[in-house]
Ligand binder design. Structure first.
Ligand SMILES: NC(=O)c1ccc[n+]([C@@H]2O[C@H](COP(=O)([O-])OP(=O)(O)OC[C@H]3O[C@@H](n4cnc5c(N)ncnc54)[C@H](O)[C@@H]3O)[C@@H](O)[C@H]2O)c1
Length: 430
């Protein structure tokens, strides 16, 4: 069993703290956010992620897992140090590497013996070299180390499941033996392992996310064509998805992708492509279509309500997807801001993300229940497809609304059922 430090206790780092401890390793989670560390030490999980609180609790109790803000009490003793800090998009679209640089410097200062440093954060191509050189500059005691790239593919909302059942483990290293040492940490999972050089591993992550984002923008473009030619994109996607070469996943038309990964990773890859002399037309189109989906959704609302001034609009769902409280790049934010800028009054409800949404949406009213949100509303917009909304009593909703107009941003409902309840139903591409 190994001694592991995990730098960054966010959506990725925390799940790995819990999972590696659960495999029997001795794990320390290191974060600069003292409030987060205090909450974790007290046994509170600071994020909404199904299954994570139980996994954390079990391993904290077993004494295999602890959290600290203090690098010196974690790093020197570790055989493996995972970097899981945030790499958000910067103003130019480029990945913001400040947290990685800072983490690498701190690791360098406190390394001892021989250590494998694992880049799990999504980092631009060439970051393996950057992290190596920063660590090297900060070593004062003769410690030795190698850097392995090990990009992460988990999805928020099913992160625990994804970490325990990965499709593949990607490892990029200068030498195969070091990659194999990291592979052993994942041995219990019996997943396919791809061992390659660091740059190819870094590129696999960006190419994978960009491909998935492309599928979403592709089907959204098909949705617009479907609307104009009188076809139903949900059936078109089903008919396409049975083709094994295409596959049905990520072919749901809607208001587009959001979250902490797809938008920033496509932007970062486009930026890297441009910097290296390419013209990434497809990536630009993917991003443009995605932004247009949000705009088009609000245009549809205007087509039905006319001037939005003093119109009351209920929003169901704020998180960028179901089963998470993450609001980063959530389509809900742009949609709500556009409605409010046009004079509309927004009443919103989300089962998990309202606390995080408050800071981003100061003019929005947050409601205790989905029914409270729709009271006297001129329209209801379904933005995040939580199960709670699937199971809602829509008959009651129609009665509570001023006019039962439903814009289904995720094509979650059956239009015929909604019509039968007296709704005007507007989906995406159907
Ligand atoms: N969230 C996802 O679904 C997902 C999936 C795959 C890959 N990734 C990638 O993983 C990385 C982490 O993403 P996340 O969503 O977990 O981010 P996050 O913002 O939830 O967590 C990052 C954590 O790192 C901490 N931190 C920042 N600088 C630090 C430092 N110098 N030392 C110690 N801690 C520090 C922050 O306080 C925060 O708790 C990103 O590169 C992201 O692109 C994320």
């Amino acid at each position: 069993m190994a001694k592991i430090s995990i730098i960054g206790s966010g959506y990725v780092g925390l799940v790995y703290c819990a999972a590696f401890a659960d495999f029997g390793n001795e794990v320390v989670g290191v974060d600069i956010d003292a409030a987060k560390v205090a909450a974790l030490q007290a046994g509170h999980c600071p994020i909404y992620e199904p299954g994570l609180p139980e996994l954390l609790e079990r391993n904290l109790k077993a004494g295999r897992l602890r959290f600290t803000t203090d690098y010196p009490t974690a790093v020197p003793d570790s055989e493996f140090v995972f970097i899981c800090v945030d790499t958000p998009a910067s103003f130019s679209g480029e990945a913001d590497m400040r947290a990685v640089r800072r983490a690498a410097a701190m690791i360098g200062e406190h390394l001892a013996g021989d250590t494998v440093v694992v880049n799990k954060s999504t980092m631009p191509i060439g970051s393996g070299d950057l992290v190596t050189s920063i660590i090297q500059q900060h070593i004062t005691n003769g410690a030795t180390f190698s850097v392995v790239s090990n990009p992460e593919f988990l999805r928020e909302g099913s992160a625990v499941h994804d970490v325990l059942h990965p499709d593949r483990i990607v490892l990029g290293a200068d030498d195969r033996a070091t990659a194999e040492r990291v592979a052993e940490l994942y041995g219990v999972l019996h997943a396919p392992v791809v061992i390659t050089d660091r740059r190819s591993a870094e590129m696999i992550k960006y190419a994978s996310n960009s491909f998935l984002a492309t599928k979403i923008s592709f089907i959204n473009e098909m949705a617009e064509i479907c609307e104009r030619v009188g076809a139903d994109v949900t059936v078109v996607a089903r008919g396409m998805g049975y083709d094994a070469r295409i596959g049905g996943q990520f072919l749901q038309a809607g208001i587009g992708f959001g979250g902490s990964c797809f938008p920033k990773d496509v932007k970062a890859l486009a930026h890297m492509a441009q910097e290296s002399g390419c013209h990434p037309q497809l990536l630009h189109a993917v991003l443009e279509i995605n932004t247009d989906q949000r705009r088009r959704f609000v245009q549809k609302l205007q087509q039905h309500l006319g001037d939005l001034t003093d119109k009351r609009v209920a929003i169901w769902g704020l998180a960028f997807k179901q089963n998470t409280d993450d609001m980063r790049e959530s389509p809900a934010v742009d949609i709500i801001r556009m409605i409010e800028q046009r004079g509309g009054e927004v009443r919103a409800y989300d089962p998990a993300a309202m606390e995080n949404a408050r800071a981003l949406l100061p003019y929005t009213t947050f409601c205790d229940t989905p029914y409270d949100a729709v009271r006297a509303a001129d329209a209801l917009c379904l933005v995040t497809p939580w199960n709670e909304f699937k199971q809602a009593n829509l008959g009651r909703v129609a009665e509570l609304m001023r006019s039962p107009l439903l814009l289904d941003g995720r094509n979650m409902y059956d239009p015929a059922e909604l019509h039968a309840l007296g709704f005007t139903y507007v989906g995406v591409g159907r």
